[in-house]
Structures are given as C-alpha cells and as structure tokens.
Design a protein around this ligand. Structure first.
Ligand code: SF4
Length: 701
C-alpha cells in the first residue's frame, strides 16, 4: 500500500490541505484533504498538478563556489568569513538577506533572528514585499497591528462580497470555488467585482465596476461619505472603538461627485448602485489583493476600504469585514516572525525600544537592529550603489520578479559577494551567484506555513532528500554557528524552531499582542509531526477555536481604539504623450511566479502556452496590431515582445501582461524589466500596476 502524507499546497495564500501519495514506482499523485478547513477537499488546477512538478530535472544538488562543486563545509565557511569580514569592515548594514514567501516559517524565523539579533541589521526583506506589504501597513495604521480580522467562512456567510483588485477565479481559485458554491446555494447573495479588466471572476458577479487604474481610493472615499449621508454608519461603534472619524469625513467630503467620477472612470449609475448595495447590506466582506496592494497608493487604498468597515462596525462578526488575500503560501508566516525589514518577530515593532529590548532579552543576543532595514526596492538600490556588499538571496528570483529587473540584474552582477539558495541550478538569478546552496523543494522540506486567514498548517516531507540538498533553516543556522553564535543557532530540528517562535510570541505578552501561539512553546517532536491546522491566536492554556477580531473593539493602538485614516485621492493618470498606455501585470490561472515548477507540467503549460498582452480592439487598430501578431511594449526602463491578445475584456488605453515568463521561455518576456521601481511611500511595495508604457507592432530588423 502506497504511503499517504497530509501536507499543504506550496502555491497561493489560500493554503489548501493536500494528501500526497507516492506509489511503489515513485510516481506522486495528490488529492485535496477533505479535513483541511481551508479547502475541505477542493484543489485547483495548479494544486492538482503538483505531482507533475516534483522531478529532479534541473535541480541544484550540491553546493558550488564560483561555478565549481564544493563541500558544504567549504561553502559555509566561506560565507561566514565573507559576511564576517564585510561586517567588520563596513558595518552590519553592508550585508542583506532577500528572502521569500516560499520559505517555511521556521526558515523565516532563523533568517530574521540571524540578521536582526546577531548581525544587528534590519536588512532582511522578502519578495512578499511585492505582494501584500501595503495590507500590512494598512492594518498597522488602522488596527495598531498586522491583524486579519476575519476568516474564509465569512466570505461564504456574507450577503455582499466585494472583490477589489482580485482576480479570485485565477489567483485564489479555491476561495473562488467556495464563494461560487455559496452563491449557488444562496442566489440572493450579491457579488461586486472592481477591476479594470473583465476577468473570469466577473462570471459570478452581479456588478462589475471597470475602474480606472488607481481609482480605488476615490471610490472608497465616495462610499465613506455616502455611508454617512445615507445614515448607514454605526455611531456607537465609531464612538466606542475608533478615533479620527471627523477628519476622515472632512477629507472625504472635499471630493466632489464629478471628481470622483473622473478619478474612477465609472458611470454615475454604477457608482450609485454599488454605494446603495454596500449601505443597505449588513453582512459585507471586502476582499482585496494585488490590484489594491501593488500600487503607489496601496496603503491608502487599504485604509480607504477599512474606513468603510469601521464606520459601519462591520468587522470581526460572521460575514463581515475587510479581508486581505495574500499571494504566496507563507506570506503570512513571514509576517509573524519579522520577515519584513520594518518588523520584529511576533508582530512587535522595530521602532519600539520596549519591543526591541524584549526580543533581545529573549534571544540573549549581543545586539539588535535599532531601525528598520531596507525594503526590497531600496535594498537592490543599495546593492547597485555599493552600500550593500554581501547579499544572500533565498528561494526567489529577483532578476525576473523585481521591478526595473534589468537594473536589479546589473546590481546583483556587480555585488562583491552573492549567495543564492535555490532548488534549481539555472535561474536568471543563480547565474550571478558566487556561492550556490542547494535547498529542499516541496515534498522534501518540512515545517509550517500560515495562510490568508491566519491558519497555520504543516508542510510535510514525503520524498527522499535529494543528494546534498538541505533545509534553508539549517543553512542559516550553520552560518550563524560559524559566525560565532553557536548557542543561539544550535537547532537540530524544525520543531525546536517552531517551539522557540511560539515561546517568543507569548513572551511577556500579557494579552498585548494578537499573534500569540504560546500554547505550542513546549511542543514535542511527535506533537509537531501530528500538528493539525489551527488559527492564531492560541495563547498558552487555551485550545483551538475559530477566532475573529475587533467586533467589540480591542485594537492594538495604546488606547485600544482603531484609527480612521484621512486620505487624499491620488491623481490616477501616469501616462503622457510619450508613454500613453497603462500597463497592469498579474497572474494567469495555471502558472506560478516564474514558472520554475508549473513550467514542468505540460497540462498546466497547455492552458496558456506563451506570454501575451491583452489589448482592447480599438487600441489594437490604432497602433496597427492584429490578433496574434507580436507587440513590443516599452517604458523608460525596458521592453518586452509578446503575442497580442485582442479582447474587449481589456479596458481602452490599458494593457495586461502576465508576470510569469522570463527571457528563456520567449525572446523577451520579462515584464518586470518594463515596470518602473515606483513604490508606495508607506509600505515600500512596488507599483506593478498602472505603469506608463507605449506599444507598437514588433518588426524584426
Ligand atoms: Fe494551491 Fe492555491 Fe490552488 Fe489551493 S487554491 S490548490 S493553495 S494554488
């Protein structure tokens, strides 16, 4: 009888439970775990094809130094020496870690501990900066901590579900399946999709608002004012649990209806219909994702949404609340252990002397970072201008995925010392590494991840460890030990790391932090192996339960009240006569990130076989583009050449290009080479949407 293992899907932030089975001939098959509370047995196309992506083709199986096979000792000794020398000569801020939402929480914990507590710099940031950091910043501004108030169940219980900046059908498919099933069972449920494109998600929508890029702040400011003028607010909730209402109302009122129509690009009738629906429906959930976060006004968009839920008191009760959907499988886990440059572990603030002291005493570390480190875009700028001289990149491919990707590649190439930990030998990033470390892939590694609804689940090993590949946490602990921190990095197993992380989350907590899983601070190896999915918080002495936050206040600002955030709507138009079109990037249904795994499955690649640009038929005529001809798209930063897909799903004046392909899958398809390195001023998240570009028919010279 072939063995079956319960684990978690490694793709999106839904965090579906998977049962993996390895047959006697080594063939891997998967099915949805019916007992997992995130998916109840469902899987999407990507999850179902996981068994087709676990072969060893192209794997990095041994450490390498300067392109030559090396032993682990040689590689790790060299790293400890070069990092140590760089710190001694130039200070701790001359080194940096760029990590990933693909890492497990245990990996993230060790990376953060090494950088912030022992190297003494805040320079650890993650590719999750590119996916949800505006939500983190918005939560912290409104709630005083990075807390997701609701659960997936709320999406099913709502009478009105608003999906803004979220192509749920393709990017969080199992949530979409749950929502579609809920609507089929309760046809009175209303769904509103707010997206410049008519995506597949619109198939179940009652109303699609084809908003102008970055028109969201104006849309939700207008809603805020409408809720007040139509007497749909909850005066008691506002008075008892919030601050800043009057200033926010004043800011919202300064926006005229005509200006709102201009900024959103929406017909007045649609706008009024949306406002009426929201005002008249008690159970409202607003889900938002990358279309909100990946913007130069991303944090303001998040707060504009949260403002409306606070004003109506529709938060933390069944079927109500703002809901940030994370992109990556462990974006949330990284947030829990300080994987962002501006956070400490356990949701503590790096700016707080009290929090820094608490973490340092817990770690008994010689130092602690005293200020936030560099966020992703600034980190690579610092690599480019020589401030960062030693860089360790883990489980991510920034040469493809960072904005201004050509400049990022040049920076990495010129950096004096670059280490890359990856599962693949050849990526656009590994080719520039001085040291390559082989990591474990899905099915080989073992630890925990946290999904969008704060649910912690186990990823379990069910495949043999290939050759000399090793866990990421082990690699970092070895370097930490070799840098002289033997005691702090003496971990022998990931269960020990999870226990330490749980213990820190409850350390001197006294109910002051929402993220507390102190119940697991003494977890034994067998219990860790058998750990069932659970949501945080779970303080010591409690048992798992379904948790929502803030229905009765209890926010994490000092006065325990939430903050309304007064916001000015940004001018949404970035185009000019030289770059007259707007580019949005995003995902397709069957590929994941830079396709290093999904590209192995013929079934998945068969859905959409090559990179493309969606363009409206009238724009196509204007620039002489025929269906399926090659289109060249340019910005001041770079260019791509992809196939034109002429469709009325696309709004006039804008293009959509997926983010997955790189220059080895097609002639010139790294769309992030075109994306400007513009960031949100609060969160530092890059604006991968609303990029000014021009386009024309490609003619080979
Ligand atoms: Fe995996 Fe996300 Fe699909 Fe679930 S919805 S199977 S987590 S890719």
């Amino acid at each position: 009888m072939a063995a079956e293992t319960k684990t978690t899907c490694p793709y999106c932030g839904v965090g579906c439970g998977v049962i993996a089975r390895v047959d006697d001939d080594g063939k891997v098959s998967v099915k949805g775990d019916p007992d997992h509370p995130s998916n109840f047995g469902r899987l999407c196309s990507k999850g179902s094809a996981l068994g087709e992506t676990v072969d060893l083709d192209g794997r990095l199986l041994y450490p390498e130094i300067a392109g030559e096979r090396a032993s682990w000792d040689e590689a790790l000794d060299l790293m400890a020496k070069r990092f140590g020398e760089t710190i001694a000569e130039h200070g701790p801020d001359a080194v940096a870690f760029y990590v990933s939402g693909q890492l497990l929480t245990e990996d993230y914990y060790v990376a953060n501990k090494l950088m912030k507590g022992f190297i003494g710099s805040g320079n650890i940031d993650t590719n999750s900066r590119l996916c949800m950091s505006s939500s983190v910043a918005g939560h912290r501004r409104a709630f005083g901590a990075d807390t997701v108030p609701g659960t997936y169940e709320d999406i099913e219980l709502a009478d009105l579900v608003i999906l803004t900046g979220s192509n749920l059908a393709w990017c969080h498919p199992v949530i979409y399946q749950r929502l579609a099933a809920a609507k089929a069972a309760r046809p009175a449920m209303k769904i509103v999709v707010i997206d410049p494109r008519r995506t597949m998600t619109c198939d179940i929508a009652d109303l699609h608002l084809a908003i102008r890029p970055d028109g969201d702040v104006a849309l939700f400011l207008g809603l805020f004012e409408h809720l007040i003028t139509s007497n749909a607010i909850d005066q008691n909730y506002i008075a008892e649990h919030t601050n800043g209402f009057a200033e926010t109302f004043a800011a919202a009122s300064s926006l005229s209806f005509n200006r709102m129509l201009e900024l959103t690009g929406l017909p007045a009738m649609q706008l009024r219909e949306f406002y009426r629906l929201f005002a008249q429906t008690d159970k409202v959930v607003t889900c938002y994702s990358q279309g909100v976060n990946q913007s130069s006004s991303g944090t303001d968009k998040v707060n504009a949404i949260i403002n409306c839920h606070l004003a109506t008191g529709r938060i933390g009760r069944p079927g109500m609340g703002p809901f940030s959907l994370t992109g990556q499988p462990n974006a949330m886990g990284g947030r829990e252990v300080g994987g962002l440059a501006n956070m400490l572990a356990a949701h503590m603030a790096i700016e707080s002397a009290e929090d820094r002291d608490r973490v340092q005493r817990f770690w008994q570390s010689p130092r602690i970072a005293v200020r936030p480190g560099l966020k992703a875009v600034d980190m690579f700028r610092a690599v480019a201008d020589g401030r960062i001289k030693a860089l360790w990149i883990m489980a991510t491919n920034p040469v493809v995925s960072m904005p201004d990707a050509d400049a990022v590649e040049a920076a990495i190439k010129a950096c004096p010392f670059v280490v890359v930990s990856d599962v693949l030998r050849e990526t656009d990033t590994t080719r520039h590494a001085h040291v390559l470390l082989p990591s474990l892939g899905w099915g080989e590694k073992d630890g925990t991840v946290t999904n969008s609804e704060r649910r912690i689940s186990r990823q379990r090993q069910f495949l043999a460890t290939p050759d000399e590949a090793r866990p990421d946490w082990w690699q970092m602990a070895e370097v930490g030990r070799r840098m002289g921190f033997s005691q702090a990095f003496s971990f022998q197993a990931n269960a020990e790391i999870f226990a330490e992380h749980a213990s820190l989350s409850g350390f001197e907590n006294e109910g002051s932090r929402d993220f507390d899983i102190g119940a697991y601070e003494a977890i034994a190896l067998e219990e860790y192996d058998a750990l069932q999915p659970f949501q945080w918080p779970q303080p010591a002495g409690t048992s798992p339960k379904l948790t929502r936050f803030f229905a009765a206040g209890g926010f994490y600002h000092l006065d325990r009240k939430a903050r309304f955030v007064a916001i000015e709507p940004p001018a949404s138009d970035r185009t000019d006569s030289r770059f007259p079109l707007t580019l949005n990037t995003g995902r397709v249904r069957d590929h994941w990130h830079t396709m290093t795994r999904t590209g192995k499955s013929a079934r998945l690649s068969g859905h959409i076989a090559e990179p493309f640009a969606e363009i409206h038929p009238r724009d196509a005529i204007e620039i002489g583009i025929a269906e399926a001809s090659l289109i060249e798209i340019e910005s001041p930063h770079g260019r791509v050449i992809v196939r034109a897909l002429v469709t009325e799903r696309q709004a006039r004046g804008s293009l959509f290009v997926p983010m997955h392909w790189n220059d080895s899958f097609a002639a010139k398809a790294r769309i992030d080479a075109v994306v400007a390195p513009v960031t949100d001023p609060v969160s530092g998240q890059p604006a991968s949407k609303n990029v000014a570009v021009r386009a024309h028919r490609f003619q080979a010279s």
